[in-house]
Design a protein around this ligand. Structure first.
Ligand code: FE
Length: 338
């Protein structure tokens, strides 16, 4: 075959090939930045031949970028943590509905919506200084508002998504009036004005600056796995209480993702979401931040999580948590939880 003929022949083949045989890509906007997530992406490409172009940044930055890019956005999937943030993206109309029998079957109904899916779970737990607070007195979130804990409670800002989602769960269980009374009681018990993140609160509890706090489980697991002498000392001074074990269960939040409405590579996007629900990806995804898989029966071997033991989880739907953020913010504002 002459060169000229060969060229024409190749062109004919290319034109005849379906799009799927051309280079497939997935453009991922991710607010997660854990080292073990690398293995996740490499594996996906190995399994599917789909190359991942990834942009990592803070949640707000990525949301802003998506809004600015509008219909021209190259992004296929938005990956972030907390139902509050996924809910916000959904409210902005960024996500497209995804129909996938595999995702429906793998991910429990309370951990998905029509547009976005949870891929790992975290719990909000109670951390107690054994020397200053009796763990028996702080067995539930509700108990933290009891006047007997006056001057004992440290907690991060009420405006933070973690606390807004917790409030949304309480709102779902108790209604607005009781939730506001709870928030007011909590604020009345503050040892100090909210400052810092969950780990700062755990350290303040260990140091005796306060007696009790609420923190996400992965911060606790991270400290439990830490080899640093300072961290070990912190964890020796505190004890972990699984909240609401006799009632509604510990509040659960998630990390999750959704396909964008403007996704140029919708096939790749659905394949990626499905991949995140596979056994192997579930382990990487959850372990990467000391979280639990969402798919039943997937086993992790994380010593930090194992040390924390089993617990009863709240089953409020993540979609309901996301939908109530604005209401909760108003309740917290009135209660003075800034
Ligand atoms: Fe966090």
């Amino acid at each position: 075959m002459s060169t000229k003929k060969l060229a024409a022949f190749s062109f004919a083949i290319l034109a005849a090939l379906p799009a799927s045989a051309q280079e497939k890509v997935l453009n991922l906007y991710s607010a997660r930045h854990y080292q073990t997530d690398e293995a996740l992406y490499t594996n996906f490409t190995k399994q599917t031949g789909i190359k991942i172009n990834r942009i990592e940044a803070g949640e707000n930055e990525l949301l802003e970028r998506l809004r600015n890019e509008g219909v021209h956005s190259p992004a296929d999937v938005f990956l972030t943590v907390d139902a509050a943030r996924l809910g916000k993206a959904d409210e902005l109309g960024l996500f497209a509905p995804v129909t996938s029998a595999y995702l429906m079957q793998r991910i429990p109904a309370q951990l998905r919506t029509d547009t976005w899916f949870s891929f790992s779970k975290r719990a909000r737990v109670i951390v107690v200084n054994k020397a200053s607070v009796n763990p028996a007195d702080v067995q539930s979130y509700e108990a933290l508002a009891d006047p007997k804990l006056k001057g004992k409670v440290c907690v991060r800002s009420g405006a933070h998504p973690y606390n807004l989602s917790l409030g949304a769960a309480l709102l779902a269980h108790h209604g607005a009036q009781k939730t506001e009374a709870w928030a007011s009681g909590l604020v009345a018990n503050f040892a100090r004005a909210p400052k810092g993140g969950d780990t700062d609160q755990i350290k303040a509890v260990a140091a005796g600056e306060c007696g009790v706090t609420i923190a996400n489980s992965y911060y606790v697991a991270r400290m439990l796995r830490s080899e640093k002498p300072d961290d070990k000392k912190v964890m020796e001074a505190v004890t972990i209480v699984w909240p609401n074990q006799k009632t509604t269960g510990a509040h659960i939040n998630i990390s999750g993702a959704g396909m964008l409405k403007t996704a140029p590579n919708k096939d790749s996007a659905v394949k990626f979401l499905e991949y995140l629900a596979s056994d192997q990806a579930q382990v990487y995804f959850a372990d990467g931040n000391n979280e639990w898989p969402v798919v039943a029966g997937v086993k992790t071997s994380n010593p930090g999580l194992q040390a924390m033991g089993d617990f009863k989880a709240d089953t409020v739907k993540v979609g309901a948590l996301a939908a109530k953020q604005a209401d909760v913010q108003k309740i917290y504002d009135r209660a003075g939880w800034n």
